[in-house]
Ligand binder design. Sequence first.
Ligand SMILES: [Fe+2]
Length: 210
Amino acid sequence: MAEREVFSLFPTPVMRVAQAISPEQVQALREGLMDQAALANHLSGELQHTRILGADDHPELLQDLARRVGPHVVEMGRLLFGEQLRWGIKEMWLNAMSTGGRQAVHNHANCFVSGVLYLSDCDASANTVFMRNLGGRDFVFANTHGGAEVGPFNADKWIGPQPEAGDLVLFPSYLQHEVPLNRGGPRVTLAFNAIPERLDAWGYAISFSS
Ligand SMILES: [Fe+2]
């Protein structure tokens, strides 16, 4: 039989780092930030956020965190841009979701790598769902029904391994994602956005600062 090869072109990196921080660090972040999660989500009454936290907020807590997740962000950046660049985390915020909460489909503007650090375990119902672009104004043809197999070339959604407290997930900031209805207990995450110091296309360079 003739040899058959299939190539997966242009894949999208999503990085999972199991136990990126210790249980003690999870506890310290929850104790330091939870009482500030007072901003109601505009869509879900069971989801609250802190304001956007910068480098000057909780310097010990967040700078220590930046040191721990930094090497993973650099490696994610190497996958995306082919080079070990200097990266900075330009904002963080805590999300505290109770039973019945959800987060609408969105992506993150004005950044390149985004991350979710789990500060609690996460019910299977509320695992982050990543999805292909939602489309533009083109007509769509699909073959989606009970008899159709779903695989990497036709799937619209992707759900990663079940997260536990201390786990980190990194993804390109353009990637659409959502949190479906949480049927489990409290789900606490620290989200952040990162930018490289500089990108250079054959001398056409652009620098970023937060
Ligand atoms: Fe997000």
